[in-house]
Design a protein around this ligand. Structure first.
Ligand SMILES: Nc1nc2c(ncn2[C@@H]2O[C@H](COP(=O)(O)OP(=O)(O)OP(=O)(O)O)[C@@H](O)[C@H]2O)c(=O)[nH]1
Ligand SMILES: [Mg+2]
Length: 282
C-alpha cells in the first residue's frame, strides 16, 4: 500500500501551529497527550523543539482501549527518556490522581530555579498539546472539574488568554495546542487512520481494514476468530465474507455485505468492542 493512501494535510494547520508557538512561550510545562494505542504515530516529533526548556509530561490517554501490558512498556519507554508519564483514561477520570505528583516532579527544576531567584509560590503554568482527537478537551474538562474558576486575564500576559486555576501551584491554559501528526511512514498513517484521527473520507477503508485483519491474525488470532469468524489461513475476500456472515451482514440475494463488514470491524476497534488492542510497540 502506498504511503499516499494516508496523506491528509488540512489547510488551517499553519495558523493553529503559529497560535500554539505563541502560547508555548507563556507556559512552564507542556502536557502532551498521546493515544496509548499508538503513542509514536500520535506524537508530533516537533514537540521536542517546541518544548525546549519547558518541563514535560506525557499522558498516555485512552488507555482503556489499549493493551494494558503494552501501555506499561510505553510508560517505561518515556520514563527512560526522562519524561514524566501517566497512564490515563480521561473519559472516566482514571489516572487523574497521579497527575499532580507527576506535574510536581516534572516542574521540580523550574521550582528550584525560581526559589534561587527569590520567586516563591508562583504557580506553574501548563498547556495541553496533542494532535486532533487524542482527548485534549476531555482531559482538560476532567482535570479542571474541581477548579474554582477561570482566573481571567492577567496583566503582563497576552490579552484574551484564559487560565484555569487548578491549585495554588498550577494554572492551565484553557485552549489546547493542536499539533498535526507527522506521517513519516506507512505504519504511522495506518495507525492514525485506524484510531480516527483522520477524516475517513480521505482513507481507503478497505485497504486499512485488511491491514488491520493481517495484524490481528498475527498478534491476536483468538480475538479475530471469536469476534469476526476470521481464521489465520483465510485470504482477504474470504476473511471479509466470514466477518459479514458472523454479523449477519447480508445483501439482497443472500450475498455477504463486505462494505458493512469493513465498517463493523473498524468501528469495533475504535470503540474497544474488538478488545484492548495496541497498534504500536516500543
Ligand atoms: N475511550 C476513551 N475515549 C476518550 C478518552 N478521552 C477522550 N475520549 C474520546 O475521544 C474523543 C475525542 O476527545 P476530545 O476531547 O474531543 O479530543 P480533542 O483532542 O480535544 O480533539 P480536537 O478538539 O479535535 O483536537 C471523544 O469522543 C472523547 O469522548 C479516553 O480516555 N478513553
Ligand atoms: Mg478539543
Amino acid at each position: 500500500m502506498a504511503n499516499t493512501t494516508y496523506n491528509w494535510y488540512p489547510g488551517h494547520m499553519t495558523k493553529a501551529r503559529r497560535a500554539m508557538e505563541e502560547d508555548v512561550k507563556l507556559v512552564d510545562l507542556l502536557i502532551e497527550l498521546l493515544d496509548a494505542r499508538c503513542p509514536i504515530a500520535t506524537r508530533n516529533p516537533d514537540i521536542d523543539k517546541l518544548g525546549q526548556g519547558k518541563a514535560r509530561l506525557v499522558l498516555l490517554n485512552k488507555s482503556d482501549l489499549a493493551d494494558p501490558a503494552v501501555t506499561e512498556s510505553w510508560a517505561k519507554y518515556f520514563k527512560d527518556k526522562g519524561i514524566q508519564t501517566v497512564i490515563l483514561n480521561s473519559q472516566r477520570g482514571e489516572g487523574m490522581r497521579q497527575i499532580n505528583a507527576a506535574v510536581q516532579a516534572a516542574c521540580q527544576e523550574k521550582i528550584e530555579r525560581n526559589k534561587k531567584k527569590g520567586i516563591i509560590n508562583r504557580p506553574m503554568r501548563a498547556m495541553v498539546v496533542g494532535i486532533p482527537n487524542v482527548g485534549k478537551s476531555t482531559f482538560i474538562n476532567s482535570y479542571a472539574k474541581k477548579a474554582v474558576a477561570k482566573t481571567g486575564n492577567k496583566p503582563g500576559v497576552t490579552k484574551g488568554k484564559q487560565w484555569i486555576r487548578l491549585s495554588k501551584t498550577l494554572e492551565l491554559l484553557d485552549t489546547p495546542g493542536i499539533l498535526w501528526p507527522k506521517i513519516n511512514d506507512e505504519k504511522a498513517g495506518f495507525c492514525l487512520a485506524m484510531i480516527g484521527s483522520m477524516n475517513d473520507e480521505v482513507i481507503n477503508l478497505d485497504d486499512m481494514c485488511l491491514q488491520f485483519i493481517d495484524i490481528m491474525k498475527k498478534e491476536h488470532p483468538e480475538i479475530i476468530e471469536e469476534k469476526c469468524g476470521i481464521t489465520v489461513e483465510m485470504g482477504a475476500e474470504e476473511a471479509l465474507t466470514a466477518a459479514a456472515m458472523k454479523r449477519n451482514a447480508i445483501k439482497g440475494g443472500g450475498k455477504p455485505d463486505l462494505e458493512k463488514a469493513i465498517r463493523f470491524i473498524i468501528d469495533d476497534f475504535r470503540s474497544g468492542k474488538m478488545g484492548r488492542i495496541t497498534l504500536e510497540r516500543p
